[in-house]
Design a protein around this ligand. Structure first.
Ligand code: PAF
Length: 282
């Protein structure tokens, strides 16, 4: 496995790859078992002749001024070992000034899907995500790219970007990997204190209770949300809710009642300094 820090080296690697299938897993590092699973999925997609690539880049453009960019964990050596064990062929791990010119003046703006949920709480976040992912797609020119479904909104926005900007890339959304108690794996789980960690799985339990009610025939979003909130309030007084929303699975717009179209329920809550997200598809 190679670790490449510069665009020139990556471009040379891509040229040498020629017509072999290239599968990309974009990450910000601090890899956990969820990421490792994505790399394994990429390995299967690439097959024995294809190539698995991982980007590790903490993207400043997607962090707000009061967010955790400077303290976001950076641990390239440990990440590289995990990638290699999962079958990765190349890691691109550039410095910030390798990716962004000081006088850069073009970014990608998403103007619909990013107005709700995390986009409403984190202005500019998804423009930063779209901009860096478009750059990664340009560097790697992958045939496929693999993303986790924990960031459901991110995946929906990247799907839209691939469609609207004609990237010839097949996207794969992969189910969230969870701890034994249901907590979605996240690089930010390490910020949790023992009490916060103990209460954080309430997010998952709240979503499961909501789904249970949906499967039992309940269709009112307000009632479904009240069911989830009651679990969260009972089991996790520490949590500070950012949002809990029942949305159309494609447009992400809130829905009042669940009709025929697929829906997703997304939640974000602060546990101390850590902002955790999760979702469930209905
Ligand atoms: O999901 C992430 O880790 C990041 O948002 C991504 C897609 C790597 C872009 O920086």
């Amino acid at each position: 496995m190679q670790i490449l820090p510069t665009e020139n080296e990556l471009r040379a690697w891509r040229k040498a790859a020629g017509s072999r299938r290239v599968v990309l897993v974009p990450t910000m590092g601090a890899l956990h078992e969820g990421h490792v699973h994505l790399v394994r999925v990429a390995r299967e997609l690439a097959g024995s002749d294809g190539l698995v690539s991982v980007s590790i880049f903490v993207n400043p453009l997607q962090f707000g001024p009061k967010e955790d960019f400077s303290r976001y964990p950076r641990e390239l050596e440990a990440d590289a070992a995990k990638c290699e064990s999962a079958g990765c062929d190349v890691i691109f791990a550039p410095a910030v000034d390798e990716v962004y010119h000081a006088d850069r003046s073009i970014i990608i703006l998403e103007k619909s899907l990013s107005t709700v949920l995390c986009g409403a709480s984190r202005p500019g976040h998804f423009d930063g995500v779209c901009t860096v992912v478009a750059k990664l797609f340009n560097y790697f020119q992958p045939d496929d790219a693999v993303f986790g479904k924990k960031d459901y909104q991110q995946l929906a926005i990247i799907r839209r970007m691939v469609r609207d900007l004609n990237f010839p890339i097949v996207l794969h959304g992969i189910d969230t990997v969870r701890e034994a108690d249901g907590l979605a794996m996240s690089s930010r789980n390490r910020y949790l204190s023992p009490d916060e960690r103990a209460q954080a799985p309430a997010l998952r339990r709240a979503l499961l209770a909501l789904r249970e009610a949906f499967l039992g025939g309940e269709r009112s979003s307000a009632t479904l949300k009240a069911i989830a909130l009651s679990i969260l309030e009972r089991d996790s007084p520490i949590a500070r809710l950012d949002y809990l929303e029942v949305c159309d699975a494609e447009t992400l717009q809130p829905v009042e009642s669940l009709a025929e179209r697929p829906s997703v329920v997304a939640v974000a809550a602060f546990f101390g300094k850590a902002r955790l997200i999760d979702n469930i598809e209905l």
